[in-house]
Design a protein around this ligand. Structure first.
Ligand code: THU
Length: 138
């Protein structure tokens, strides 16, 4: 699957965000190595700290379904009501990068997009250099 298609899916996932407190809605489309797609949107909570990012929502669904190998994720986010071309790039937070490091290799692709034709592609090892991963324990 190419970057543009994955970004389109992330924009679609963003519609399901539940973000009444920040009014910042995020969508993620996660591509598994076997080609399966999973979607996530941020889910906030009145107690604030239990809120869940879109990326981890997508990973949790995939991992719960038994998926363990991933190739790429597309992430889009911005103020609710602003669409493609109106939002900036929303980079994965540190906790989400750490989740990625648990299940993904350094060459996992992270696509951050403001529109289908306006995006940047990073590798996990670029966004989380010198991270702590399962390999660190051995
Ligand atoms: N958020 C994400 O969904 N992913 C990130 O990587 C960063 C932040 C969400 C959490 C919260 O619901 C809203 O964006 C504002 O921080």
């Amino acid at each position: 699957m190419d970057e543009t298609s994955l970004i389109k899916q992330a924009f679609s996932a963003r519609k399901n965000a539940y973000a009444p407190y920040s009014d910042f809605t995020v969508g993620a489309a996660l591509l598994c190595s076997d080609g399966t797609l999973y979607f996530g949107a941020n889910i906030e909570n009145a107690a604030y700290s239990p809120s869940l990012c879109a990326e981890r929502a997508a990973f949790a669904k995939a991992i719960g379904d038994g998926q363990r190998e991933f190739s790429a994720i597309a992430v889009v986010g911005g103020k609710a009501g602003l669409g493609a071309g109106q939002i900036g790039l929303a980079y994965p937070c540190g906790v989400c990068r750490q989740w990625m490091a648990e299940f993904c290799q350094g060459d996992f692709k992270i696509i951050v997009a403001a529109a289908e034709d306006d995006f940047k592609v990073y590798l996990l090892k670029e966004l989380l250099p010198h991270g702590f991963s399962p390999q660190s324990l051995f």
